[in-house]
Design a protein around this ligand. Sequence first.
Ligand code: FES
Length: 198
Amino acid sequence: MSCDDKVDCGRRRLLVATSVAGGVAGVAAAIPFVSTFAPSERAKSAGAPVEVDISQIAPGQMMTVEWRGKPVWIIHRTKEMLDGLTKLTDRIADPKSDRPMQPEYAKNEHRSIKPEYLVAVGICTHLGCSPSEKFKTGAESGIDAEWTGGFLCPCHGSTFDLAGRVYKSKPAPDNLEIPPHYYLSDAKILIGEDKKGA
Ligand code: FES
């Protein structure tokens, strides 16, 4: 995979290396004891849901947490950011998210449960690089004068808006994935699980 952004790609390689190392250790541990096929405590905790306090994310800012070895972005969108999404329909490949890249409860205009918070897996749907944040708008963004904020994948140039929707005619085939999640309270979300009974 070619890559111009050494920082992001270095991080991605580290994630891959970590996953591979974890997989090898898991196999080695299973060999002597056939009865230990049940997931280890370590494996269970690696796949466990992640509770996140979102109250400290200022409007217009984002935070990244790790879930199952993947970066998950939580973006606190301002009204201006949300308004920008409505102007992009003609430039987005799948503006209504008809492809199943999100749970049903996030299949809406904002691709989220609450309009102001986007929760998305920060991995490009082309070949898996980690896109970079481009929140500046217009020509100042370095992308184009119409840019309303979003993300640029440094590997092959795919661009995504602030709902994780991919722009038309880019290498990435799909919008960013929205992971299962729900609100434990106004200030806390749980990533990795759907609300029971929802
Ligand atoms: S990995 Fe190719 S554009 Fe993102």
